[in-house]
Design a protein around this ligand. Structure first.
Ligand SMILES: Cc1cc2nc3c(=O)[nH]c(=O)nc-3n(C[C@H](O)[C@H](O)[C@H](O)COP(=O)(O)O)c2cc1C
Length: 180
């Protein structure tokens, strides 16, 4: 029997008081109910990466190893000035081959569902040879959070999260054959 695919749910923000862990845990709980892959949270905050090129990137090796070990990703993306957070862009920039020929889904949030940040991320992922899938759950800061801080997702997003995961698994499996 073939080994299960490994999918990292990447938390894309690091600020004090961030809501990305709540969103990531929600996606993980939906994913784990499927039982069709090994899903895990990957928190960029844990790696404390300085700006690329600065000293003291002690955890670079661990970051490299983690991304290298994964077959696909779900990016949890918050909108910062119509783009992704600087922390997420920096973490992506640290690596190159480790991203190549893998697939990703995006779950975004913001005043307009984080749509503008997600579209920026798609351009970045293309350069990293990451195939981003079409189904894209967009969470509203006004309708899916209380006071912009307590995550209370509407039921309707469940279908989209599962649809996104279906596509991520299909493409992660297909692209794995290119990396052998
Ligand atoms: C520096 C900054 C810029 C932001 N810019 C936008 C924006 O352009 N559009 C938007 O919808 N929300 C914007 N927001 C609101 C964030 O999307 C919201 O605070 C979200 O919770 C941030 O994600 P986090 O809690 O995981 O850090 C911004 C927040 C910050 C801190």
């Amino acid at each position: 029997m073939s080994e299960k695919l490994k999918i990292g749910i990447i938390l894309g923000s690091t600020r004090e008081g961030r809501v990305s862990p709540q969103v990531g845990e929600w996606v993980l709980s939906i994913a784990n109910q499927r039982g069709d892959a090994d899903y895990e949270i990957v928190d960029i905050k844990d790696y404390k990466l300085p700006l690329l090129g600065e000293a003291n990137a002690e955890n670079f090796g661990k970051w490299q190893e983690k991304i290298n070990s994964l077959d696909g990703f779900v990016f949890i993306v918050s909108e910062y000035n119509h783009s992704i957070s600087a922390a997420l862009k920096n973490a992506i920039d640290y690596l190159r081959d480790e991203w190549h020929n893998k697939a990703a889904g995006i779950v975004s949030y913001g005043s307009t569902g984080g749509a503008r940040a997600a579209e920026h991320l798609r351009g970045i992922l293309a350069e990293c040879l990451v195939a981003d899938v079409r189904v894209h759950p967009t969470l509203s800061l006004f309708l899916d959070f209380e006071n912009g801080s307590k995550f209370t997702p509407r039921e309707l997003h469940l279908t989209n999260v599962n649809g996104m995961l279906d596509q991520v698994l299909a493409w992660s499996g297909a692209l794995k054959t290119l990396r052998k």
